[in-house]
Design a protein around this ligand. Sequence first.
Ligand code: ADP
Ligand code: MG
Length: 459
Amino acid sequence: MTIEEGKKYLDSVLAEILESTPEMNLPTIADRFNNIYGVSKIENDYIYVIVKDLFTKVLIEKFNSIKMNELLQAKLDFKMGFKFITKEDAEKEEKAQVFKNSSLDVKDISARNLRAEFTFDNFVVGESNRFAFISAMKVAESPYSVLNPLYIFGDVGLGKTHLMMAIGHYIYDQNINAKVVYTTAQQFVEDYFVYTKKDNKNIEFFYNKYRLADVLLVDDIQFFENKPGSQEEFFKVFDYLHEKNKQMVITSDRPASELKLMSRLKSRFSWGMPVDIKLPDQALRVNILKRKLESLLSTPSDVPESCLEIIANSFTSNVRELEGALRRFVTYCVSMNIPFNEESVYLSLQGILPDQKSKQSDDVEEKIKNLKKVVTSYFKISEEDLISSSRKPILVYARNLCFYLIRHEMNLQLNTIGEYFGGKDHATITYGISKFKDMLSYDSGAKTDVLNIKDKLNK
Ligand code: ADP
Ligand code: MG
C-alpha cells in the first residue's frame, strides 16, 4: 500500500464514521477529526496517521480507533490497521529518516561504479586542495590533453578518491557513452591474479576491462609496491592507453618518486601532472562540516557553528574522521532527542575526541592548579574538600564554579575535568556546569564570585 492509498482509506473510513454519527455528537467528532492531518507512512501492516497532538491521539485511540480499524478491515482482504502518531513525533521520525537515508557509510556505488556523492559539487575547496581541485576540473573538462596522467597524492582521508571519482562523474555527464573505468590498484592485482594465474583463457577479459577504457582511474597505486608482475601488466596497460591518447588518473599516498616501483613506471607517472592535497586548515574543515551537515539533516541550521568549530578543532588530519565525528554527534542528538549544543558535542564524542589533556599538556595542568589555589583561598576551604565528593553546599558551589570556569575558559573534555577533581564522571561535571549556569542567571552573587576569581586568576 502506498501513502496515497493509505490516505484514501483513511478519508473514506472517517467519512463513514461521520455519516453514522448521531446529529447530537457530530460537532465533537468532526472537531476531533479535524485534528487528523494525514498519513506519514505505511509500515508493518499499519497505516500511520498523523494527529495534532497527544491529546487528540489519546482521544482517538480511546473512542474511535476500534471502529476505524473495523471499517478499514472491511474494505481490505489483508490485515491492516491504523496507528496514530503525533505531528511532533512524525516530524522527529522524518528528521531521523532523512539522516538515515543520507548516511555516508552506505557504499553507494551506482551503476557507474562511482560513489554517487563523490562529485565536484560536493567537494569543498580550500587552500590545501585548490590546486588539486582545479587540475581535476581541467582534466574533467578536457580529458586526453596534456594533464595525462593526472597524479593526485596526499595522506589518507584527504579527498583523493573523491576528486578522482568526481572526474569520472563529470566525464560521464558530458558523454554517457564514455567508458570510465574506476579501479583500485588492489583490484587490479586481484584481477591479474584471477585472470592470468587461475584461468588463462580469461586473459582477454583482463585486458579488455582496462584497455577498452576511455578514462582509467586507478586508486591507491602504492599497492603495486612489491608486486612486480602486476606492475609489469599495468605498465603495458598504461602504454597502450597513453598511445591511444586515453585519459588516466592515478592516486597515491606519496609522490611517485618515493614509491618503490619499477623506475619505468615511475617515470611514466611524471609525464603528466602531479598535484598534492595537503592537510585542511580550520576554515576548510568547518566548511566541509557545514556541507556534510546539509546532507545529514533537513534543518542544518539547528546546529550552531560553535559545535562545528569544536569538531573541526579536534579532527585535523583526516576528513573521513572529521565527517565520522559529525555523524556521530548528529546521530547521538537525534536519537537521544537532545539539542545540538556544545555540551552534546562533548557528550557524543567522549572517547573519540583526541585526548585534549595531552595536547594542551602542562599548560592546562598549571592553570588548573592555579584555579584550585585561588578558589580554595577565596572560599576558605581546603583542596582536599574541594575535590572530595562531599555535598556540603559551599563545597558543591565552589566545585561547580570550577567546572564552569574550566569548561568555558579552557574548553576541556568533561572526563578530563573530572580527573582533576577526584575522578568524577562526565555526568557529574555536566550537571555541575548546568547547575552553575542556572545560578548565574538569577544569583548576582554567583556572577560576582566569577568576576572576583577571574580577576585573581589573571594576577
Ligand atoms: P582519500 O581517498 O584521500 O583517502 P577520500 O576521497 O576517500 O580520501 O575522502 C574521505 C572522505 O572525506 C570522503 O567522504 C570525502 O567525501 C571527504 N572529503 C575529503 N575532502 C573533502 C572536501 N574537500 N570536501 C568534501 N568532502 C571531502
Ligand atoms: Mg582513497
